[in-house]
Design a protein. Structure first.
Length: 193
């Protein structure tokens, strides 16, 4: 246990704490989630770079941009929602999204394998491209984002354990649980068409 605790940095601990705050606030559709997201991801850029997870580090740069985008999307207020109402995607959108993620994963995984010493390049690429898509879905309040997160978070747990990022692995276990509650909460908040 001391060996594990000895590998946890203050930066990782702070990023994880802010990450939990982000997701709990997002479940409640609270616009403050985007402030926590921005700070958490800014710290995570450094943490992931330091353990040779190149795509995860770049993903966190994207998350910083998406935190600003999400805040802009959610900032308008209505009687029952902050900004956008929760909605769903048609099956065609999901098919195109999944094909896009798998194609991007294959390309970036191959590039990383051939040109870098990145750890787990295809897994790292999958979690990155899946997260790029799913973060956009959160910013647009697409209900099914929570289902996508379950797949991505499960894969990320393995990746983080392998790299010795135990707090991030624990965070993603918590994200799995919160994703279930997020789906239920957002589904209840949907305004009947």
């Amino acid at each position: 246990m001391n060996e594990i605790l000895g590998t946890i940095s203050a930066a990782e601990a702070l990023a994880v704490g802010l990450g939990i705050a982000y997701l709990l606030l997002a479940v409640r559709e609270n616009i403050a989630c985007w402030y926590a997201a921005f700070l958490s991801t800014a710290i995570s850029v450094y943490v992931f770079w330091d353990v040779s997870l190149v795509m995860e580090s770049l993903l966190n740069v994207y998350y910083m941009v998406m935190a600003v985008y999400g805040w802009l999307q959610w900032r308008g207020k209505t009687a029952t929602h902050e900004g956008l109402a929760v909605s769903t995607w048609a099956p065609r959108n999901h098919s195109l999204a999944i094909i896009g993620v798998l194609l991007a994963t294959a390309i970036s995984g191959a590039v990383l394998s051939a040109n870098t010493s990145a750890s787990w390049p295809f897994v790292d690429s999958f979690t990155t491209w899946g997260s790029v898509l799913t973060t956009f879905m959160v910013a647009r309040k697409i209900l099914e984002n929570w289902i996508y997160w379950i797949v991505i978070d499960t894969t990320s747990i393995f990746l983080y354990l392998d790299r010795g990022l135990y707090l991030y692995a624990g965070l993603f276990v918590a994200y799995l649980v919160i994703a279930v509650f997020g789906y239920i909460s957002w589904r209840r908040s949907m305004v009947p068409a």
